[in-house]
Design a protein around this ligand. Structure first.
Ligand SMILES: *[C@@H]1O[C@H](CO)[C@@H](O)[C@H](O)[C@H]1NC(C)=O
Ligand SMILES: *[C@@H]1O[C@H](CO)[C@@H](O)[C@H](O)[C@H]1NC(C)=O
Ligand SMILES: *[C@@H]1O[C@H](CO)[C@@H](O)[C@H](O)[C@H]1NC(C)=O
Ligand SMILES: *[C@@H]1O[C@H](CO)[C@@H](O)[C@H](O)[C@H]1NC(C)=O
Ligand SMILES: *[C@@H]1O[C@H](CO)[C@@H](O)[C@H](O)[C@H]1NC(C)=O
Ligand SMILES: *[C@@H]1O[C@H](CO)[C@@H](O)[C@H](O)[C@H]1NC(C)=O
Length: 422
């Protein structure tokens, strides 16, 4: 035994106790409940940098490893919410790793695509999440295109969004820049060069916790096997947003894909070829997940928090505190500073929103600006398609253009979804 963290290993494994025994067989195929720790012992023990990590920087963690999933949908404010986690120095944050899985699958040959069903894709998603939660960044190599050479890649999706992937030990240059608040998407690769996935795994191990943001898993039920996996302590933050706002944001951000909607918005007349299916399934998935979560099934006990983006936008400090309480971590100073800097706590409405690299190109994107940007006809259509979602999540319908544009009339009902004793 070369590593001096033997005691840690013993403690961790002993505390897993029964579970450990129960999943021994699983372990053989998946390499174990203390995977991160075993790793020091096996695959990399001859690598001096790994040994250094095991000897010196393997600090006792403030609490057992948390595995946080920011479970969201496109344009629901997940980049902003993800930053609340990314800013925590003990969290290894990854922004949408499932992008690579989807790319690899959709770009594969048509023969493979035909044999591929939804279950297989979801299985691949879960597989990658599990491996990332246990800090095996090499597992990404199965999906990243072009294929990484010597565990090094220049194609890691949105790497700049992850503090850990742009600061030491992954990037020795990145210390200060990573802390500055307005990096664009290219600064990190420019400054840090290609990403060494071995170093990324080390960085992951040296931080206590892992948080992953994804918009690619349709329903919370698709995550059930992960919540039941004894190797993980999964905490799911389900981020929802008013579907009318989501649609407005998508129209702005993906104008090619949403050209028909733009025409509709500009002319007030619905083109025949407008595609209603995407927003419809967004609403269906959102309501299905929220219903599942709010029914409090045993497998989600203590693992599910429903967060409305509007509540976070109106009251970032309190909501962030609630999120941190839920995941069981301290809200570090850096998180608080980030909130103070990027939200205007003085503002009575989120129109003062000041989040620079927010998702949209419109830097003043606000939680309610959609009400000035979307024709009433479109709003009414979405309300019909998504009426159940609006009702469940506490978003009021409007019945006239005047009501829609009247910003002193709030469309967000006061709701508390959480947490009565489970
Ligand atoms: C997808 O396939 C095309 C054609 O084979 C190729 O040129 C392209 O680089 C591939 N893209 C990815 C992300 O693999
Ligand atoms: C990546 O980092 C590991 C660990 O420090 C190192 O051994 C390896 O040589 C690096 N790979 C490349 C291609 O630089
Ligand atoms: C806060 O808002 C009030 C009212 O809009 C304004 O008078 C005051 O200057 C603001 N304070 C800061 C620090 O922005
Ligand atoms: C819809 O049209 C209005 C003008 O009628 C415009 O101000 C707004 O930006 C448009 N919204 C979108 C999402 O394109
Ligand atoms: C939503 O609309 C459908 C069909 O019009 C209706 O059956 C359902 O009761 C409505 N739901 C709510 C919550 O109003
Ligand atoms: C706007 O909404 C507020 C609050 O509901 C209401 O008091 C006011 O009369 C409305 N204004 C107009 C012009 O309808």
């Amino acid at each position: 035994m070369e590593c001096s963290w033997k005691t840690v290993l013993l403690l961790v494994c002993a505390s897993l106790g029964v579970q450990y025994t129960a999943i021994r067989t699983l372990r053989d195929s998946l390499s174990g409940p203390c995977q991160g720790v075993y790793r020091c012992q096996t695959r990399h023990h001859r690598d001096s940098r790994w040994r250094a990590l095991c000897d010196d920087s393997w600090m006792p963690i403030e609490s057992p490893r948390k595995h946080i999933l920011l479970f969201a949908t496109t344009r629901s404010g997940s980049s902003f919410t993800g930053q609340l986690l990314n800013q925590h120095p003990g969290i290894f944050y990854v922004f949408e790793p499932l992008y690579h899985v989807q790319q690899a699958f959709t770009n594969s040959s048509s023969r493979l695509r035909r044999t591929l069903d939804r279950r297989a894709l979801l299985g691949a998603y879960r597989d990658l999440l599990l491996n990332l939660y246990t800090c095996d960044l090499h597992f990404m190599e199965n999906y990243i295109r072009p294929e990484p050479q010597d565990h090094v890649t220049s194609s890691f999706f949105r790497r700049s969004s992850s503090h850990a992937l742009c600061s030491p030990p992954v990037c020795l240059e990145g210390g200060d820049a990573a802390a500055s608040e307005s990096p664009d998407e290219t600064w990190c690769p420019k400054k840090c060069g290609a990403l060494n996935l071995t170093l990324a795994s080390m960085s992951c191990l040296s931080r206590g916790h892992v948080a992953i943001k994804t918009v690619r898993v349709p329903e919370v039920g698709d995550l059930r096997t992960l919540t039941e996996d004894p190797r993980l302590d999964l905490k799911i933050i389900h981020l929802v947003r008013d579907p009318r706002a989501i649609l407005a944001s998508r129209i702005m951000a993906f104008s090619d894909q949403f050209r028909a909607w733009k025409i509709w918005n500009a002319t007030g007349r619905q083109p025949r070829y407008v595609d209603l299916s995407q927003i419809t399934s967004t609403c269906k998935d959102m309501v299905a997940s929220a219903e599942t979560g709010l029914q409090r099934p045993a497998w989600l006990r203590g693992r599910y928090l429903l967060v409305r983006y509007e509540d976070l936008a109106f009251n970032p400090k309190d909501k962030a505190t609630e999120i941190y309480r839920f995941v069981g971590l301290e809200m570090e100073d850096r998180v608080q500073m980030w909130i103070a800097k990027n939200t205007n706590s003085n503002a009575s409405s989120p129109s003062e929103w000041n989040y620079r690299y927010s998702t949209t190109r419109d830097s003043r994107a606000t939680a309610e600006s959609w009400r000035l940007r979307l024709g009433f006809d479109i709003v009414r259509t979405v309300q019909n398609l998504c009426n159940d979602t609006l009702a469940l999540l506490g978003y009021k319908q409007v019945h006239s253009a005047a009501e829609l544009r009247n910003l002193s009339h709030s469309l967000v009902e006061h709701r508390t979804f959480q947490p009565v004793p489970w």
